[in-house]
Structures are given as C-alpha cells and as structure tokens.
Design a protein around this ligand. Structure first.
Ligand code: ADP
Length: 261
C-alpha cells in the first residue's frame, strides 16, 4: 500500500497525513526493580512506526528488545514516557481497557506459536473474535485462511500440524481481527530455515497486499532483511536504524554492536 508523499504531477485522491504512525513511543524509559538493584531496560526511546510498514527490532542479548516489544504492545507499562497505538494513549488506560485493546487491535505471533491444543485450527483462528463477542466475517475469515494456506486443515488440531503450519495458524489468528499492528516475538525462532523463509514471506505479503503493519523482534539477520526498516537497540536505546536492509549489512551492524563477540 503506497503511503509516500505525493510527487509533482501526481495528486493523491486523499491527503496523506504527515505522520501516519500507528505506534509511537515518546521518551519511553523502563526501569525494573528499584534502588541499587534497579535495571534501566529502556532509556528515552522515541520512535514512530508507520502504518503499513514492516519493522525488525534487533540488538544484543539484554539490549531491551523484549521490553521494547512489551511496552509497544501494551503488555508492560513504561516507567516514563507515553505509548500511543492508533491514536490511543496506552499509558492512560486501566488494565481492563488495555486487555480489551490488546485483544481487539493487536495481533501477536510468538516463537512457541501459543495455540490452544484442544481447539481445531478454525477454533484457534477465530478465538480472538469469540473472546471479543464478535461474529466472524465469513469472507474475511475465508480469505485469511486461504492466505495462510490452511483451507484444507481447518478441522485439524495443532498437534497434527508441522511447526510451520502451526505458525501459519498463529498468523491467521493474529490477522483475523484486522489489527492495527501485528507484533512478532522471534516468530521464526523455532523453525528450520526453509519454513522460516515461508513464514517471513507470509508476513511480508500481509504488509504488501493487506497494508498490515508488522513489528518483529528477531536475532536473525536474514529475517530482519525481510523488513523495510531495522531498529538496532543497544543498552536500552535505539542506536541506529537501517532502511532497505540486507542480511549482510544487518550482520555487520550487529557485529559492530558486539552482538556476537
Ligand atoms: P533483550 O530482549 O534484548 O534480551 P530484555 O528487554 O529482555 O532484553 O532485557 C533488558 C534488560 O532488562 C536486561 O538487563 C534484563 O536483564 C532486564 N530485565 C528484563 N526483564 C526484567 C524483569 N522482569 N526484572 C528485572 N530485570 C529485567
């Protein structure tokens, strides 16, 4: 979905907002614990994530990637600063409102798939809708299931599927509510190289074809190279961003952050 500003001679039908950030972190800090044992996991993070973009978050172990994801997705609260998602200030919400917002407006894809083993593929995919008391839109549901290639598996249980298929169920479950953003926490971490490539291709398609916004934490430079932008964290701060990444450039940047020292 093009979201670039108009060039001369090409007038867009609707004006493009100057900052169509679906997620925005402003001066976000996170401190765990207190006193002498306090750990500053994020320090003054300012970043906007454009709607319809694919962002990878990288950094050495302990650099704050999980904390960043958890704060951006409303799973954890920053100590300082604000997080807005689709115009809503998450830091102003109470726990019930935050839970509802996560359920309705955020999709999650985890390394360990996190599917319900006793439910079928179809029941897993529609679970967020049922929890929200929403009726599945039949056409949307069918198109999501077709997109992830599981049309002939809807009656199976997760235990009857390969890892890659299970992650495709999780991606369908993340997409079914038409969320503002899909957050991935090492979504290919448990998959072999070929399967990981297919899952990354699928995430890429949701961005290119559906205009979905995806933010993914990864250790893998190849995975990061599928994104539009890579954010590099070190010691709780964003120290660099890379547009149009390649696996080699990402690996080189990570080496210089001491990631694999
Ligand atoms: P990463 O995901 O890049 O490995 P994390 O966000 O998990 O980094 O951690 C950033 C820092 O915060 C680390 O020093 C880690 O030990 C610390 N940390 C993370 N979670 C907690 C917690 N619940 N309590 C105390 N310290 C934590």
């Amino acid at each position: 979905m093009p979201r670039h500003t108009a060039t001369a001679g090409h007038r867009p039908t609707a004006p493009v907002p100057p900052h169509d950030d679906v997620v925005r972190l402003a001066a976000v800090s996170k401190i765990y614990g207190r006193g002498a044992g306090a750990v500053r996991a994020l320090r003054g993070v300012d970043i906007g994530i454009a709607r319809g973009s694919f962002t990878a978050v990288m950094g050495p172990s302990g650099s704050g990637k999980s904390t960043f994801l958890h704060c951006a997705a409303g799973l954890d609260r920053p100590t300082e600063g604000t997080v807005t998602l689709g115009g809503t200030d998450l830091t102003a919400l109470n726990e019930t409102e935050l839970t509802r917002l996560r359920r309705d407006r955020i999709g999650f894809v985890f390394q360990a798939f996190n599917l319900m083993p006793s439910l079928t593929v179809l029941q897993n995919i529609t679970l967020p809708l049922r929890l929200a008391g929403r009726r599945p839109d039949r056409d949307h549901l069918a198109s999501v299931i077709a997109r992830v290639g599981l049309t002939d598996r809807t009656g199976h249980r997760p235990g009857e599927l390969s890892g890659g298929q299970q992650q495709r169920v999780a991606i369908a479950r993340a997409l079914v509510t038409r969320p503002d953003v899909v957050f991935g926490d090492e979504p290919t971490g448990a998959l072999d190289t070929m399967t990981a490539k297919q899952v990354l291709g699928l995430l890429r398609e949701t961005v290119d074809d559906l205009g979905q916004t995806v933010v993914m934490v990864t250790h893998d430079p190849v995975a990061a190279s599928c994104a539009d932008t890579v954010l590099f964290l070190a010691d709780g701060a964003i120290v660099d961003t890379m547009a149009a990444p390649t696996a080699d450039r990402v690996a080189d940047r990570m080496s210089r952050l001491g990631a694999w020292a």
